[in-house]
Design a protein around this ligand. Structure first.
Ligand SMILES: NC(=O)c1ccc[n+]([C@@H]2O[C@H](COP(=O)([O-])OP(=O)(O)OC[C@H]3O[C@@H](n4cnc5c(N)ncnc54)[C@H](OP(=O)(O)O)[C@@H]3O)[C@@H](O)[C@H]2O)c1
Length: 292
């Protein structure tokens, strides 16, 4: 998996096409998609335009997409996978993730709620049931690797222990305010790639982008705060996803270089702890508008 990945959680479908094309031109080769983002078709369109223009071949791309919470029942896994593949216009995926460990009521409503507005969870399926159905996708050769999104160490361990095909990657929130050191160490020992989202703290201000330590390191190494945060993430051994909205940010986010050890140490000493996205606790995405 390329260390620098482009996340396709872009609110507007027309902007998805231009932002994906900008990322491709800036050099990104990993594209992180999801059935829940409802724009796989537009991502596929931009990738195919890049292939047709001769910028890249399919084999140069690493494409990930995710199984949504309403499709955790084993009989729904393959149809959901095939539907994603068809929307992307691809004949194989490099990585398929369960988006979150939470199963929602199966059906076409991606955000099933009861009359009080509470999510309707599906307690009739376990994550291991879903995982075993995902293993079948690898067996059929249409998916090179499988993994787990928004997973905690507590939930990852039993899947790892029981799995016939071990998780190749996990996707989690991580940044200097949420370093997830214990989970990273477990994954290092087991050979699981850790792919992080929110390396820029979802762009929130105040947040890691405005942290005084990050600003000091940026001045020290003559890079932008965003480039420092992305370099820190790569240098500690994680792959990352970022969603630059402009061509300028796409180029900036692809142009990172190694930080000196004293800068890494200073960032590692930041004591603020903050989870920005509650998705790992509930399965409800923090940044997708309801009903979209
Ligand atoms: N598994 C999950 O549950 C989950 C949850 C959330 C996200 N994700 C994945 O992770 C991807 C990344 O999302 P993210 O929110 O974590 O991305 P992010 O890159 O941390 O945050 C995006 C925000 O950062 C800003 N930004 C980007 N580059 C910048 C730069 N160089 N300088 C200043 N601001 C900059 C963007 O503003 P501009 O528009 O101005 O560039 C935007 O507001 C998503 O697209 C999705 O694929 C997964």
């Amino acid at each position: 998996m390329p260390a620098l990945g482009f996340g396709t959680l872009v609110g507007d479908r027309a902007v998805t096409v231009s932002a994906t094309a900008n990322a491709l031109q800036a050099g990104f080769r990993h594209f992180d998609c999801a059935e829940r983002y409802r724009n796989e078709r537009q991502v596929g369109e931009a990738l195919h335009a890049g292939i047709a223009a001769g910028w890249v071949g399919r084999e140069d791309l690493f494409v990930t997409t995710k199984l949504w919470n309403t499709n955790h029942r084993p009989d729904r896994v393959e149809p959901a996978f095939e539907a994603s593949l068809s929307r992307l216009g691809l004949d194989y995926l490099d990585l398929y993730l369960s988006h979150t460990p939470f199963a929602f009521e199966p059906g076409d409503e991606q955000d099933p709620r009861d009359e009080r507005g509470n999510i309707i969870y599906d307690h009739g399926v376990t994550l291991l049931d879903t995982w075993m159905a995902m293993e079948e996708l690898v067996n059929r050769g249409k998916c090179k690797a499988i993994g787990l999104g928004d997973i905690s160490l507590e939930k990852l361990q039993p899947i790892y222990d029981a799995a016939r095909i071990k998780p190749a990657a996990i996707q989690i929130e991580a940044h200097p305010y949420l370093p997830e050191t214990e989970l990273l160490e477990y994954c290092r020992v087991k050979g699981i790639v850790v792919l992080v989202f929110a390396p820029l703290g979802h762009g929130m201000r105040p947040g890691p982008l405005e942290d005084p330590v990050i600003l000091r390191v940026a001045a020290q190494v003559a890079k932008t705060p965003a480039q420092v945060l992305l370099a820190w993430a790569v240098q500690r051994g994680t792959a990352l996803l970022t969603t630059p909205g402009t061509a300028a940010h796409a180029h900036e986010n692809f142009d990172i270089s190694a930080l000196p050890q004293d800068a890494m140490d200073a960032i590692n000493r930041i004591e603020i702890r903050q989870r920005l996205n509650a998705v790992a606790k509930t399965g409800v995405p923090g940044f997708i508008p309801r009903g979209s």
